[in-house]
Design a protein around this ligand. Sequence first.
Ligand SMILES: *[C@@H]1O[C@H](CO)[C@@H](O)[C@H](O)[C@H]1NC(C)=O
Ligand SMILES: *[C@@H]1O[C@H](CO)[C@@H](O)[C@H](O)[C@H]1NC(C)=O
Length: 182
Amino acid sequence: MAKKFPKLTKLFFFLVLAAMAKLSHCAWENCGVTEETQLTLYFHDYSNGPNATVIPVAGIAGREWNFKQVGSVYVIDEPITEGPERDSPTVGRCQGLFVTASFDGLNSHVVLSIMFTNEAYNGSTLEIQGTSKQFEQTGEVSVVSGTGKFRFVRGYASFKTVFWDEVTTYAILQVDITLRHY
Ligand SMILES: *[C@@H]1O[C@H](CO)[C@@H](O)[C@H](O)[C@H]1NC(C)=O
Ligand SMILES: *[C@@H]1O[C@H](CO)[C@@H](O)[C@H](O)[C@H]1NC(C)=O
C-alpha cells in the first residue's frame, strides 16, 4: 500500500508551488507594476522641393504616385525636435515608410522608427505602426515597441498638424506619445 503524505506536507508543497507560479509570473509581468512616460515631439515635414523629407518610391504601374492614389509608397526621413520651432534642439529623426492603403485614397498605413539622438535616449528607438486618415488634422497610431531604453514598451502616438504652409509644403506635426513600460 502506497504511503500517503501527511496532510500538512501536502499543504506545504501546494504553497511552494503556488509561490513559484507567482514568482515566475512576476518576473515576466513585473506583477503588473507599469510606469507611464509621456513625450511630446515635433516632426518637420517637407513633401516637395529640394529639401523634401517625404519621397514617393513606388506605386501602381501606369498611375500617378501621389498621396491620394492607393498603392503609392513613400520613404520618410525627417528631423524631430523638442519644441515646435525649426531651430529647437534635435531629439532624433523619424525614418520609415508609408503607403496609401485604402481604395478611396484617404487612409495611410505608416511603419516608422523614431531614432533618438538626444542625450536622454541616444541610440534607442520607438517603433510606430498604424493606419491614419491622412488628410485629417489629427490621428492616432500604435507604438508597438522599441529598442534600447524602450525595450518592451507599448503605447500610442497622437499626431496633430500644428503648422502647414502650402507654398513650401512645410508641415510641423506635434506628436504626443504615451508609453507604458516596466
Ligand atoms: C533647402 O535647404 C537648404 C539648406 O538648409 C536651404 O539653404 C534652402 O533654402 C532650402 N530650400 C528650400 C526651398 O526650403
Ligand atoms: C550619441 O551616441 C553617439 C554614438 O555612440 C555619440 O557619437 C554621440 O555623441 C551621442 N550623442 C549624445 C547627445 O550623447
